[in-house]
Structure formats: structure tokens, C-alpha cells
Design a protein around this ligand. Structure first.
Ligand code: FES
Length: 145
């Protein structure tokens, strides 16, 4: 009944990944906690690293976007050729955002909806915008900056 063989490499990798994200100086955690006006989500941290390709411009519909669940990033194209990236963690209570409709980026947990251009909440209990992430578009490739 030795269960040690299957556990530690993955959990160790996640621990190092989180520490590496903080070490890279991402300004995500610094904005956390000034006032708690009803939003209790922790500061989101993308799983993707700066410079790592996220998606291609061709895969991001104009007026909508794509949710990259593994990377914890939403990439939108509010207007043709204008791309934005946001954390896919809802600012209400931290659920992963799941879909994008004509209304915006939707949270499945309590119905918050966020604007694809600004990340501002347009409906639901969330009262804080999604955390915007810097991105780079080179040719057709979209990466976190
Ligand atoms: S976690 Fe409550 S609306 Fe997203």
C-alpha cells in the first residue's frame, strides 16, 4: 500500500509555477484587497507565462473571444484587430468563466457577465472588473507580454 509513487511531482510543479508567477513580477497580486465591496475572489493568476503563445488572432472572433481554460485566460477581440486578455477568474467568488455570448463573458456560478472590451461587470453580483493582462500580437500569434 505504498502510495508515494503517484503524488508529488505534479503538486510540486504547481507550487513552483505559482511561486514563479509571483517572482516574475506580475502586478496581479498587488491590486488585491483594497476594499472588499462584495467581491471575494482572490487575485487571479494566469497559468500561461509571458511570451508563451496563447492562441492565434484567427481563432478569436470579432466582437467575442475565446476562453483558454488551461491557461486561465480569456482573449477577446472587441473590434477587428483590437485584442484584449483578461483573467478567466470571476471577480465575484472566483469561478472560472465558461462562455462568451453577445452580452459578454459569462460566469456560470451566479450569472455575472463581463464586457469583452473592458472586463467591467455588466450584469450579476460581481462589482469589480476582470483583471486585464498585457498581451502581445505578432503576426497571427497572441502571447502574454
Ligand atoms: S463567482 Fe459568482 S458570479 Fe461568478
Amino acid at each position: 500500500m505504498d502510495q508515494r509513487a503517484s503524488s508529488s511531482p505534479i503538486s510540486r510543479r504547481h507550487a513552483l509555477g505559482g511561486a514563479a508567477g509571483v517572482g516574475l513580477g506580475l502586478p496581479l497580486l498587488a491590486a488585491c484587497g483594497d476594499d472588499d465591496g462584495g467581491s471575494s475572489a482572490e487575485a487571479p493568476t494566469p497559468e500561461a507565462n509571458p511570451g508563451e503563445p496563447l492562441t492565434t488572432a484567427a481563432d478569436v472572433p470579432v466582437g467575442g473571444g475565446v476562453i483558454l481554460a488551461e491557461e486561465k485566460v480569456v482573449v477577446t477581440q472587441p473590434n477587428e484587430g483590437e485584442f484584449k486578455a483578461f483573467s478567466n477568474v470571476c471577480t465575484h467568488q472566483g469561478c472560472a468563466l465558461e462562455s462568451i455570448t453577445a452580452e459578454g463573458i459569462r460566469c456560470p456560478c451566479h450569472g455575472s457577465v463581463f464586457d469583452v472590451a473592458t472586463g467591467e461587470p455588466v450584469a450579476g453580483p460581481a462589482d469589480s472588473p476582470l483583471n486585464e493582462l498585457p498581451l502581445t500580437v505578432e503576426g497571427d500569434s497572441i502571447t502574454l507580454a
